[in-house]
Design a protein around this ligand. Structure first.
Ligand SMILES: Nc1ncnc2c1ncn2[C@@H]1O[C@H](COP(=O)(O)OP(=O)(O)OP(=O)(O)O)[C@@H](O)[C@H]1O
Length: 253
């Protein structure tokens, strides 16, 4: 449903995204991983329309959207969350979510009702009247999810929605993400928490220094030599294989 073809983003002399392509299948949860500074967030900004790529094309359901403004893309069905969440601090949780719901519900009572449904979906129904500023980190992450979901996207781009959460909070939110997909929303997620990537994603793309260096199932990319080296440094894949052979008494022991 979503296609990025040969996208390049230059900031002056720095090439943040370098000829990267990806395909997201409708109904999937697709992962985008890579070391810090790999260009993942820049690629999200290109897909959501916040940045115009220096080269390359983005299409949704076969329609070229490369030059569309972000609000047009939201209407077409693309929503994103941000790594650094910034709710409207002066509004309560319900009002924050309602802002997103206004995209498709001009009548205030309909938008308010839609926001209540979305709050239920992400587990914020008990917090509707709380000020957004008073939420815990985990609550703010759920609110970020809810604000994007309230726009009723066809594809949701999640930028490190699990960052800053403790292991039990991560365990609690993983089923919420799966339920969102099961309700018909395709998901493309940037994530460093590998437990979540392994648990949720059917297909994973790996960016390193702006280039797409691998793609496949989570197990395939985790065992890919180029991916191991991108995370752990040159020569590490060979070192790990040697150590593993020594530990199992293999041929090089
Ligand atoms: N607006 C900008 N102007 C100049 N350089 C930028 C800009 N945005 C990003 N960069 C640079 O582009 C590179 C890729 O950054 P990006 O934030 O996309 O990486 P990332 O993979 O999302 O990293 P992280 O996992 O740390 O969030 C970095 O070197 C970053 O400093």
């Amino acid at each position: 449903m979503l296609k990025v073809e040969n996208a390049t983003m230059r900031f002056g002399g720095l090439i943040a995204v370098n000829n990267a392509s990806l395909d997201v299948r409708e109904g999937s949860i697709t992962g985008l991983i890579g070391p810090n500074g790999a260009g993942k967030t820049t690629l999200f900004a290109i897909i959501a329309g916040f940045l115009k790529p220096t080269e390359g094309a983005i299409s949704l359901y076969g329609k070229d959207i490369t030059t569309e403004q972000p609000h047009r893309r939201a209407i077409s069905g693309i929503a994103r969350t941000f790594q650094i969440v910034q709710p409207f601090a002066g509004l309560n949780v319900h009002e924050n979510i309602t802002v997103g719901a206004y995209l498709r519900h001009a009548k205030p009572s309909d938008a308010v009702e839609k926001a209540r449904d979305v709050a239920r979906q992400v587990g914020l129904e008990k917090d509707l009247e709380k000020s957004a500023a008073s939420l815990t980190v985990a609550g703010r992450k759920r609110l970020e999810l809810a604000r994007a979901l309230a726009t009723e996207p066809k594809i949701l781009l999640l930028d490190e929605v699990l960052a800053g959460l403790n292991p039990s909070e991560i365990r609690d939110i993983i089923p919420v993400i799966r339920t969102i997909r099961n309700s018909g929303v395709t998901i493309l997620m940037i994530e460093h928490v590998m437990q979540a990537v392994m648990n949720l994603c059917e297909h994973v793309y790996v960016l390193a220094q702006g280039k797409m260096i691998a793609e496949g199932t989570p197990t395939v990319v985790c065992n890919d030599q180029a991916v191991i080296e991108a995370y752990l440094g040159k020569g590490s894949a060979e070192r790990i294989a040697r150590q593993s052979a020594e530990n199992t008494g293999g041929p090089n022991a």
